[in-house]
Design a protein around this ligand. Structure first.
Ligand code: AOF
Ligand code: ZN
Length: 377
């Protein structure tokens, strides 16, 4: 019985993965309806503003939902938001039992299980909870901390350098690592760089040939899409001809925000707007755009996760403010000697000030070592 419950719930988690990268600021959610051991309906939440996972599963099941068990990767919502509550829809359809992997942390939406129980439905939560929390790491983080989730991604030589002294960084890691690294762009709604990286590398910041290994529950790739590109650029030095403004590999128009400091040259800002950027003036902190203000602005826009791709000065600034929530690192078997480190400006005097990391993944990829880690404390 337990095994069957796990199997159907696992299926709900897998369905949720189909929309990875498309639901922000909403979570990934999947639902499976089972009657007499048979799946009679399946669904997932495709996009914020569209119906929730349960609704698609109920539509597919029709009258067969009567007496069925609903397996959901997140507690059914209980609020009138962009759509009516799923708890009510499940009750009205006559579902007999609901198994949720994890309770909804969103105070506006939670309480679905109580409402269902009060309506005579058998309810349960906590099965595959760790997997469900992992799948929606961004959503759970944002609900707890009230600011976007920041993932620092970098390729390092074995002696910890991200670029040569000249700034040249093409390429530190192998092509296999770079394809995995691209998958993180599909996951998070924003890819962020400092203006130095735009000037030096003129990157595209698009999703081209991602390798989705970071997401073990994903059975088939979601529709590919490019992230919103955000440049932190206090003085508005981004060249209006930069590649970030060009249309993506699937012909999508680029969505670019250039975040500048108050008082930046109006003329430059106008040229950036003409290039298609949304230019936003934010308060400064120590001369540069305030990182806290930048994150708060992005969250207001519904952009709740940031993939920080460099360069070392921006990474160091996020790190020193305690704003890095996770790291994805690719360690290549190369040595650079003198070069640019991962976190510029972070200069502890003693080993005791080094920050510990909790490793969540260590895996070989091509010749490189792929690590995921969380800062401790
Ligand atoms: C569910 N099933 O598939 C999802 C849920 O703005 P709304 O109305 O779409 O509500 C979004 C909130 O609902 C979101 O923050 C989360 O708490 C919950 N998402 N709930 O029952 C779903 N996507
Ligand atoms: Zn719902």
């Amino acid at each position: 019985m337990r095994e069957l419950d796990e199997r159907f719930l696992q299926r709900a988690l897998q369905l949720a993965e189909r929309a990875r990268g498309h639901t922000h600021p909403n979570p990934l959610v999947g639902a499976v309806l089972v009657r007499e051991g048979r799946i009679v309906g399946e669904g997932y939440h495709p996009k914020a503003g569209e119906p929730h996972a349960e609704i698609f599963a109920l539509r597919q099941a029709g009258a067969l939902a009567q007496g069925a068990t609903a397996y959901v990767s997140l507690e059914p919502c209980n609020h009138f938001g962009r759509t009516p509550p799923c708890s009510l829809a499940l009750l009205q359809a006559g579902v007999a039992r609901v198994v949720a992997a994890v309770r909804d942390p969103n105070p506006l939406a939670q309480g679905g299980l109580e409402r269902l129980r009060a309506g005579g439905v058998e309810v349960e939560a906590g099965l595959l909870e760790a997997e469900a929390r992992g799948q929606n790491e961004v959503f759970f983080h944002v609900q707890r901390k009230g600011r976007p989730f920041v993932l620092l991604k970098a390729a390092l030589t074995l002696d910890g350098k991200v670029a040569a002294v000249s700034g040249d960084a093409r390429y530190v890691s192998s092509v296999e690592s770079r394809r995995v690294a691209q998958a993180y762009r599909q996951w998070l709604p924003v890819v962020m760089v400092g203006v130095g990286t735009v000037l030096k590398d003129d990157p595209w910041l698009t999703v081209r040939e991602p390798d989705f290994r970071p997401f073990p529950l994903m059975l088939e790739p979601p529709p590919l899409r490019d992230p919103v590109k955000v440049v932190l650029d206090t003085e508005g030095r981004t060249p209006p001809t930069a590649r970030i403004f060009r249309e993506g590999p699937r012909g999508e128009p680029a969505r670019v925000y250039v975040l500048v400091g108050k008082g930046a040259s109006k003329e430059r800002l106008r040229a950036l707007e003409e290039a298609g950027a949304r230019v936003v003036e934010l308060p400064r902190d120590g001369g540069r755009v305030s990182l806290e203000a930048a994150l708060a602005f992005l969250l207001e826009e519904g952009l709740d996760g940031v993939l920080l791709e460099g360069g070392p000065r921006l990474a160091g600034a996020f790190w020193q403010r305690g704003l890095v929530d996770k790291l994805a690192l690719f360690l290549a078997p190369k040595l650079l000697g003198e070069g640019r480190g991962l976190l510029e400006g972070f200069v502890p005097e003693h080993m005791a000030e080094a920050k510990g990391l909790r490793l969540a993944r260590k895996e070989w990829i091509g010749e490189d070592l792929w690590l995921e880690a969380y800062p401790e404390g």
